[in-house]
Write a protein that binds this ligand. Structure first.
Ligand code: NAP
Ligand code: F7E
Length: 337
């Protein structure tokens, strides 16, 4: 039985990765969770009730800001694979909380790497770092291995620090440390304040008469959007290679926020122009205009391919959120159609 330790297990990717690993009979999954005043385990609750998971799924309190606690857990769990997915991952928020973001995203990675380095003295342990396409920032598309980084936010700068520390630990200590430079990936489990989920939640609530308008920022930004379920498979594949390396994971297609709006509202027989308003509050001091990833290395070396295309992703999110809106409407006592 292999032991995997995941930071960020309560997040979008953590929940899909835990599900993916537990679906394999040879994994025990240990997730690190932050203490919060109310429980935020909606994305992983089902894993406790899934047949075959009993005794193979464990949660532990920890925080990327707390080095001593992570070292102690590393020593007691003694994992074979460590996936560092924990982060203050919102780019806009990182401008409001630059120091906190740098601490958790940048130094947090270093704290975890140190704990892994110490454990690696007594047993082999592999490390995965959740790097981000945000590190490319203003570099012109397409972005791939070899494209110079030009981060445009405190979040991206902190991710770049974690990325280089991961490479430095690999080169300095011969650690199996790899970094996945993942482009945007979404799902029905995406956090509500990221643009795709904000749109699918807003549009479906508008459709059900629960909301009148959707207030947005820059509609011209373009992103290479994939499905989170496909991307956690790439993380795992990187960790199964003979040698650690860094890989870009992307679909190779880019779409604007406006196109995402058009498709989402179109699926609901609505015109987004009738409902979307602009608010400068959602603009960023510096924007990343176009992201378009070149994942040819991952395709060739990992035999990785995304299975979900852009329209299927949008449809999946719309259908999920329409169901949520209908339940909300029903709970409010409205007549359902
Ligand atoms: P997410 O949904 O925002 O989840 C972030 C996770 O990190 C949550 O479990 C959160 O816990 C945890 N966390 C936050 N602060 C922490 C701290 N101080 N100590 C320990 N854990 C902490 O993010 P995601 O979309 O799943 O992304 C996973 C990782 O990939 C992140 O590192 C993100 O930066 C990176 N990434 C994401 C994308 C993307 O498009 N999704 C692309 C490239 C890279 P709570 O639930 O308690 O808040
Ligand atoms: O913004 C524009 C916004 O917040 C996408 C994180 O997972 O992916 C994510 O970062 C675009 C930006 O994601 C709104 O200006 C317009 O250009 O969904 P987002 P992100 O900043 O690309 C990367 C790869 C990560 O690593 C991050 O962790 O959409 N936009 N109007 C808006 N964005 C938001 N959030 N809200 C708006 O109202």
């Amino acid at each position: 039985m292999k032991k995997a330790l995941l930071t960020g297990i309560t997040g979008q990717d953590g929940s899909y990765l835990a599900e993916f690993l537990l679906a394999r009979p040879d994994y025990e999954v240990h997730g690190l969770v932050r203490r919060s005043s109310s429980l935020n385990r909606q994305r992983i609750d089902h894993l406790f009730h899934t047949d075959g998971n009993a005794g193979r799924f464990h949660l532990h309190y920890a925080d990327l800001a707390d080095a001593a606690n992570m070292s102690a857990l590393m020593e007691s769990i003694r994992p074979d694979e460590v996936y560092n997915l924990g982060a203050q991952s919102h780019v806009r928020v990182s401008f409001d909380q630059p120091l906190y973001t740098a601490d958790v995203v940048g130094l947090g990675t270093l704290r975890l790497l140190e704990a892994v380095r110490v454990l690696n003295r007594s047993k082999p342990v592999k490390f995965y770092q959740a790097s981000s396409s945000e590190m490319y920032g203003s570099a012109p598309p397409p972005q791939g291995p070899g494209t110079p980084f030009h981060p445009r936010s405190p979040y991206a700068c902190a991710k770049l620090y974690g990325h280089w520390q991961t490479i430095n630990y690999r080169e300095s200590y011969n650690l199996f440390a790899c970094s996945g430079v993942l482009f945007n990936h979404e799902s029905p489990r995406r956090g509500e304040s990221f643009v795709t989920r904000k749109i699918t939640l807003g549009a479906t609530r508008i459709k059900e008469g629960l909301q009148r308008k959707l207030v947005m920022g820059n509609l011209d930004a373009k992103r290479d959007w994939g499905f989170a379920g496909d991307y956690v498979r790439a993380m795992w594949l990187m960790m199964q290679q003979d040698k650690p390396d860094d890989y870009v994971v992307a679909t190779g297609e880019t779409h604007s926020v406006r196109e995402f709006l058009e498709m989402t509202f179109g699926m609901l027989d609505l015109d987004y122009n009738d409902f979307v308003e602009f608010d400068p509050r959602y603009m960023r001091p510096a924007e990343v205009d176009v992201l378009l990833g070149d994942a040819s290395k991952a395709r060739e070396e990992l035999a990785w391919e995304p299975e979900i295309d852009f329209p299927t992703l949008v449809k999946m999110m719309v259908e999920h959120d329409l169901e949520l809106a209908r339940r909300e409407k029903y709970a409010l006592g409205y007549q359902t159609a």
